[in-house]
Design a protein around this ligand. Structure first.
Ligand code: FES
Ligand code: FES
Length: 187
């Protein structure tokens, strides 16, 4: 996939301000540019991949206000005032996100092209899991969560396993917190 030409980019631009991985940014985006174009060609954040560029592969998945979104199908002007997270913002304080650790430990990435999109879809799932009353880990649910993210290398088994391991850590943490709050209630 090639970058838009400078002439193409120079058409009337609109200022768009949004939170990007927790920091405010303002870009002058041509109104027809998509979010993946702005991320990759204006902000040099190339972690978000531009695969099919037509909504089929999920390689461009980022999170907008927490939800997984296809950046190739989202006009950049539509993220005005919103919060965008990309794979570059996934780890915290120099530490990899648990999903990045489990993907590495289990060999869930081969060429790695699909991996950023997988991680963003899976991170939204983990955050949702953490809000549930009695979370459980279900491989069928994980496969459904990743249903829009295509991988031509791995056969998906390792990817689902890596997400499941990270999800079990979320569940264990939730159980520990619940036990601590029960203990406090009994004091
Ligand atoms: S690049 Fe966006 S879905 Fe394929
Ligand atoms: S690891 Fe190559 S496309 Fe998924």
């Amino acid at each position: 996939m090639t970058a838009p030409s400078p002439n193409h980019a120079a058409r009337a631009a609109t200022l768009v301000t949004f939170q990007l991985n927790g920091e405010p940014v303002t870009v002058a985006a041509p109104p027809h540019w998509t979010l993946v174009e702005v991320l990759r060609y204006q902000l040099n954040l190339t972690g978000t991949k531009q695969g099919c560029d037509k909504g089929d592969c999920g390689a461009c998945t980022v999170r907008v206000d927490g939800a997984p979104v296809l950046a190739c199908m989202t006009l950049a002007v539509l993220v005005q005032g919103r919060s965008v997270e990309t794979v570059e913002g996934l780890g915290v304080g120099g530490e990899p996100h648990p999903l990045q650790r489990t993907f590495a430990e289990l060999g869930a990435a081969q060429c790695g092209f699909c991996t950023p999109g997988m991680l963003m879809s899976a991170s939204a799932y983990l955050d949702d899991l953490a809000t549930r009353d009695a979370p459980t880990v279900d491989a069928v649910e994980i496969s459904a969560v990743l249903g829009g993210n295509l991988c031509r290398c791995t056969g998906y088994t390792k990817i689902v396993q890596a997400v499941a391991v990270a999800a079990r850590e979320v569940v264990e943490r939730a159980q520990t917190l619940a036990e601590m709050s029960n203990d406090e209630a009994m004091l």
